[in-house]
Design a protein around this ligand. Sequence first.
Ligand code: 2AM
Length: 219
Amino acid sequence: PTLEKELVPLYFGWFVMKRDEDTLRKTSHDFLEQLSNFKPFRKRLQEYGYEDKHKLDLLKYFGKTPNILHCTTKYCDYGKVAGSEEYAKMEAVKKGYSKAYILHITALFVTPRTAGARVELTEEQLTLWPQDAEKEVMPKDTFPKGSRAHITLGTAADVQDVQTGIDLLEFIKLQQSGGEKEDLGEICGGKIYYYENGMWMLNLSRKIEVKTIFSGYYG
Ligand code: 2AM
């Protein structure tokens, strides 16, 4: 029989189109490789559970990479997550579904748990961003809407990909509080900064644009 009820996906998000996905995977690969060989990084390997000055291959360390690179807007778990039915019914979501969008990546980052790309959303893209996306994972803090927007590039063993957005918010929190960060010069077409606790961010001199399709993932 035909299902009358509309199915709510595992999650909604912007899915990077094949050609740009290949390029982004290569950019990520280069960044992880260069950071692995970067002297200041090799001097701070304890945070990654390694002895300093030894070589840590970040490509192996972040061995788990997503099947399809994407920027999640709303995790729904087929409707089980609070607010997911409401999200699926939003006018903006219905209108934006299966439409093409260009996402802007402004930074790449690495922590002992995750590797990701920071995404800067446009006003139009923010209409697809859930009101409580930031509060959902960091209830005690206040962030500008869209702060959590990211593309997971890789996760360490035993780390869930939901962690990438939490790590990104941790960076933004440190930025908001004027937290100490060290400018360590340029690599990979950007300025590399060290924050604390093994947190590294590469601010790109030129934003990376990726073509995406807004859709649902059903698994
Ligand atoms: P990600 O967006 O950081 O990559 C399926 O699990 C997808 O939903 C993943 O891409 C995952 O992380 C994302 N996601 C977002 N919020 C989540 C949550 N609260 N629980 C599980 N996965 C979540």
